[in-house]
Design a binder for this molecule. Structure first.
Ligand code: NDP
Length: 320
């Protein structure tokens, strides 16, 4: 399936796994890369020495390219960036910050840079900063999300028309049908997070993986817009936030309710009541925990099937 994304990353399929905090360690990243996609280590939840270990293990587990995702809000960002360069990681995904800050440094050291955006304005800014590709992430996505609340269906064609660099679509994509949809909207590939949370290789706690499988349409919400908007599963922690909003709250109180390490508590330690359970709307379509290779194969097979159906329909319409 060669195109601009497979050529840029030197991979078989234009499918990139999301670098999700607490869920995306070396086991998941190497499994996705070994299956022909681009695996991504999520460094936002890793202390600098932990990231170095994950990169080394990933290199041992796959001969194929992989990437590291770095949220630009990360407190020890200099150390993470130096580790990426020292370890010669081929690709870095940056998110939640100004793409100008690190793109030149990474590129000067031979690292390809992809920046995650949620609007045309930031897509143009990232392109000007010299990134090699973009991820455009819509409202459906789990975890940190754009303030604009633009859905993937609307965001992808607008950004595809505005930029020249290769474009990955993210948010609401967990099947081959969804992949076909966003590719027809102008994306060159997809970034898939939530579907890979419920994989055997994800480092998420089993309670959280099972919760993702049990999640249905309407069970997630976007909240904490005053701090950093985040999509999560509604639970007791979410109810606490809702009660605070109802009585009238401010950012200080929200920060207090959130506290520290909520995400770790929920996704890594499996506290489904008090933890923060970040996942996308597509969780409503996930019905089993599967090996990452199987997930990728199902997506590619589903994509090929839909594209073939479309070709057949077009053929029968135009050939009497
Ligand atoms: P909190 O402030 O609630 O907690 C920090 C967490 O990160 C702790 O659990 C801590 O682990 C861990 N951690 C890893 N490295 C460090 C470090 N150098 N200094 C301090 N803590 C560290 O933050 P969150 O858990 O909400 O978010 C952590 C990071 O992930 C942030 O940079 C955030 O921007 C990013 N993030 C990105 C998301 C996305 O969708 N892109 C979604 C959510 C978060 P320990 O408990 O072991 O000390």
């Amino acid at each position: 399936m060669p195109n601009r994304i497979t050529e840029l990353f030197d991979i078989r399929y234009p499918v990139v796994q999301g670098g999700m905090i607490w869920c995306a360690g070396w086991e998941l990243a190497s499994a996705v890369s070994n299956a022909g996609g681009l695996g991504v280590i999520g460094s936002g939840s890793m202390y600098p020495e932990v990231l170095r270990v994950h990169i080394k293990k990933c290199k041992q587990a796959t001969p194929h390219p992989f990437a590291v995702n770095v949220p630009l809000l990360y407190p020890n960002i200099e150390e993470h960036m130096q580790t990426i360069v020292d370890e010669k990681v081929p690709v870095a995904f940056t998110s939640a910050g100004n793409p100008k800050a690190w793109t030149s440094f990474l590129k000067a050291h031979g690292v390809k840079v992809v920046h995650v955006v949620s609007s045309v304005k930031f897509a143009l800014k990232a392109e000007q900063a010299g990134v090699d590709a973009l991820v455009a992430e819509g409202f459906e996505a789990g975890g940190h999300n754009g303030r604009e609340e633009t859905t993937t269906l609307c965001l992808i064609p607008m950004i595809a028309d505005a930029v020249k660099v290769p474009l990955l679509a993210a948010g609401g994509i967990g099947t081959g049908r969804a992949m076909a949809a966003v590719m027809s909207l102008g994306a060159d590939g997809v970034q898939i997070g939530s579907r890979f949370v419920a994989s055997e290789e994800s480092s998420a706690h089993l309670h959280f993986k099972n919760k993702v499988v049990a999640t249905r349409e309407g069970d997630t919400a976007l909240t904490l817009k005053e701090l950093a908007p985040v999509r999560l599963i509604k639970n007791a922690f979410y109810d606490q936030l809702t009660a605070a909003y109802k009585k009238g709250t401010d950012t200080e109180e929200l920060k207090n309710i959130l506290g520290r390490s909520r995400a770790k508590k929920g996704m890594f330690q499996g506290d489904l009541t008090e933890g923060e359970l970040e996942i996308g709307q597509v969780s409503g379509q996930i019905s089993a925990i599967k090996p990452a290779r199987q997930i990728l194969c199902d997506i590619i097979a589903g994509y090929e099937e839909v594209m073939e159906e479309i070709r057949q329909q077009a053929h029968s319409r135009f050939c009497f």
